[in-house]
Every structure is written in C-alpha cells, then in structure tokens.
Design a binder for this molecule. Structure first.
Ligand SMILES: [Zn+2]
Length: 439
C-alpha cells in the first residue's frame, strides 16, 4: 500500500471530492486529497493534543513549564526523523526583568534525501511561550459555552494551535515520504511574546540559510491571512528628580512627574496616522506620597511604524527628547529597541501567499482578502533578512492575549491540510513511494 488510506477509503474520498465545484478540484492531485482526508480523520487527536499542550502553562517567565514543553515537542519531532537539540535559555536584557533568562530554544533538523541535491530548505518557526503566567486565572482549555465549534484557553490560537497544525502536517508528510524531498529546520523559541530578545539572532541566522520561511501564528477567525505587518518598538523613559517635603521645602524639589508629563505630551504628539506612525504611552509609574515632590517617574512607550526609516527617525527623536530638560535638576534615561522590523508585502511573500490561498480555495475553504496587521512576529525578522516568509499559517482564531482567546476547532485539520499540501508542492513532491507506517 503506497499511501495512508486503504484503497477503498481513498475511492470514497475521491468520489466525495467529485461533488465539489469543478473549478476547485481542478488542480488537486490524488495524493493531496489523501493528505486532506487523513488529516480530517485526525481532528479528534489534534484537539486532544491541543488540550494537553494548553493546560501545560508556558508563560514567558515560567521556565519550568517551557522546559517541559520543549521536551514534549522535541520528542514528537524526533519520531519523525528530526535531529533535535534543546539549547538552554539565555539572559534577556529587558530593563524591568534584570537577570531573567529565557526558556530553551528547540532546533530540529531533517536533511533532504541524498537523491534530492536541489531540494529546497524550509524554515518552520513557532513559539511555545504565552502571555499567561501561572498566576493568571486563565489556565484551562474548554469548549466555548457559546459555540461548540470553538475552544478557549491560553495559547489555543497564539500559538499552541499553530504548533499542533505544524506537527500534524509534518506527520502526514512523513508518512507519505514527502519529507525527504526538502531540508527542514524547525525552530521553537520561548521568548516571542517579549519580542524575541534571546532568540532573534538565531532566527535571523537560520532565515539566511533557508529558501522559504513559515510562521505558525494564527490567521483571523474567518481565515484572512496577514499579508504585511507594521514594525514595533518599545521604549522606557526613566526620570530621576529630587525629593522634597511638599509643605516645608517645595522649592528645593525637582519633580520627576512634571518632567515626565512634559515628555509624555510630546511623545503622544509624534503620532502621525497619515504616515503610519503611532506612539502610545502605555504605562506610567511614579512618586511615593501625595506630600512628597516625586524623585522618580517611569513610562513605557509602544511604537508602531510602517517603514524602517521612519522607525529610525522615531528612535532619534526619542533620544533627543530624553536629553532635553524641562525641569532643571532632573535627568532622563532612555532604554529602547525597535524589536520588530516592518514586514512589507514583498513580491516573494505575496507569491507564497497566493500559492497558499490557491490550495485553500482548491480544498473548498474560504479565502477572504489578506490584511495589513498592526502586530509583528518572528516572521518580520525572517522577512527583514530577505527570506520569503509566509506568516499566519496556524489556526483560525482570535482575541489573543486576552482571556477570551479562542480557536476555531475545525481549522486544526483544515490548516494542517493546506500547510501540508503547500509544502509538498513547494518541495516538488515525493521522491519515491514509501510504505505507510503502521498507525
Ligand atoms: Zn504568537
């Protein structure tokens, strides 16, 4: 038997397919339909896997959870013939997290068959961390009380659902022998939700060696893909003033709050919607007591921008503003990073997106118009070093980073089938038929 299904099952699947509109089925090969049918049959197993993974907490700062997850995920890839290394986490240089280490980085490789010297090199990227730490009330996987076709849970969409899609697509391709037609690197990082400070260099280095990049972040609930993304920066201003009694000694005080307030207004005024630039002062912490002139004040600023030059301009403006003094005797320190470059809709990326959407359409799935998104991902890093990168090929879902985060359960087999078929097409198909593994 050359495939995953018995002859009869395949005949049934194919005859069902003949009922689909002829425009849709025109291009699908029997092997591709087989992948779809097999993945559909594994939908319950995909949901079970997702439930287990979601209920293992992997907040960015929960190193124990991240290490356990890295082992689980690595074991699944080893079974498919990947050589896996788990690299220990690194010091993360975030100013409000001194001496914190990231979780481990999983690097898994599977070479192409020696018979395929021209095989393409694929880089598949995912992150296992979530924004929900062990002290969050949002820990459980559960079917949505409003819609039985959806499940809620921390990371169901962003992106443990995407990791399930990746793993099951790879499994199906391993069973058909299609994995041998490409060289694969899977990178699983654990610091994506804080901007990938520890894994960035590694992601960029792997991206330079690959021909195509794939990131398993979620698509929109209706299936809309992300065509391009804005760049993101994060900055912190820290003002030091001079404390003084507000009643007896007010004139001697140097208010850090007043200094910061002057700066906040100027930062907010840098927002320019017409040029695709927004600056948001998201948090402020300052002062100790009502009757003390405050000697410290601190603000975090989120920056979004559409082209790399504008990002650098904003960085310079913020540096100048930090150096300016409005209240004599205060000092301001600036920390910051443009941690996500913009991901423009390059021709290569649009071509990949087109191919993805073609497969989706041929399988009969809706393909709403793709979007320009405000949020960046590791795909932005890959794209910035020149790798054609298709982002948002994980599940359909939404409300990421909130306690309403959900996944459309039907999208697990759907998206795994689209990904598997696309990867098969890009690799040029199987080298030889390989006997199916016993289930
Ligand atoms: Zn994510």
């Amino acid at each position: 038997m050359g495939g995953l299904l018995s002859g009869l099952a395949l005949v049934v699947a194919l005859s069902g397919w003949l009922l689909a509109p002829s425009s849709a089925r025109a291009k699908l090969l029997a092997e591709e339909i087989e992948l779809k049918v097999v993945l559909d049959a594994r939908a319950p197993e995909m949901v079970e896997t997702l439930e287990r993974w979601v209920e293992l907490n992997t907040g960015t700062w929960n190193r124990e959870g991240l290490e356990r997850f890295a082992k689980l995920f690595s074991a699944s890839l080893s079974e498919l013939g990947f050589a896996v290394t788990i690299e220990p986490g690194q010091e993360i240089g975030l100013p409000d997290r001194a001496a914190s280490r990231s979780g481990p980085l999983v690097v898994a490789r599977r070479p192409a068959s020696p018979d395929a010297p021209e095989a393409p090199r694929f880089l598949l990227v995912g992150h296992c961390d979530t924004v929900f730490e062990p002290d969050s009330p949002f820990q459980e996987f559960r079917i949505s009380p409003e819609d039985a076709g959806q499940a809620l849970g921390p990371g169901v969409a962003d992106m443990k659902g995407g990791l399930v899609v990746m793993l099951f697509a790879l499994r199906a391709l391993a069973e058909t022998g299609d994995l041998d037609a490409a060289a694969w690197t899977v990178l699983l990082n654990a610091d994506e939700e804080v901007g990938s400070p520890a894994s960035r260099e590694r992601i960029e280095a792997e991206a330079r060696r690959a021909n195509f990049g794939f990131v398993f972040e979620p698509a929109r609930p209706n299936g809309a893909m992300i065509r391009s993304r804005r760049g993101i920066g994060q900055f912190r201003l820290q003002v030091v003033g001079v404390a003084a009694h507000a009643g007896n000694d007010h004139a001697r005080g140097r208010s850090a709050i007043r200094e910061l307030a002057e700066k906040v207004l100027r930062i907010e005024a840098m927002t320019d919607y017409t040029r695709g630039v927004t600056l948001n002062v998201g948090t402020i912490q300052a002062g100790t007591k009502r009757n003390i002139v405050p000697d410290h004040a601190e603000a975090w600023v989120d920056v979004r921008y559409d082209d790399a030059e504008r990002g650098e301009e904003i960085r310079k403006q913020l540096e100048q503003l930090a150096a300016e003094v409005f209240v004599d005797g205060t000092q301001t320190r600036l920390w910051g990073a443009l941690h996500r470059p913009p991901k423009p809709a390059s021709e290569d990326t649009l071509h990949l997106l087109q191919q993805y959407e073609d497969v989706a359409r041929e399988l009969g799935f809706a393909t709403p118009a793709s979007l320009h998104a405000g949020g960046g991902t590791d795909g932005s890093l890959m794209s910035a070093v020149g790798l054609p990168t298709l982002d948002s090929i994980g599940v359909r879902g939404g409300k990421a980073h909130t306690e309403g985060e959900f996944v459309v359960l039907g999208s697990l087999p759907e998206r795994a089938a689209i990904a598997a078929i696309l990867l098969r097409r890009l690799s040029g198909g199987p080298l030889a038929s390989v006997p199916a593994a016993d289930p």
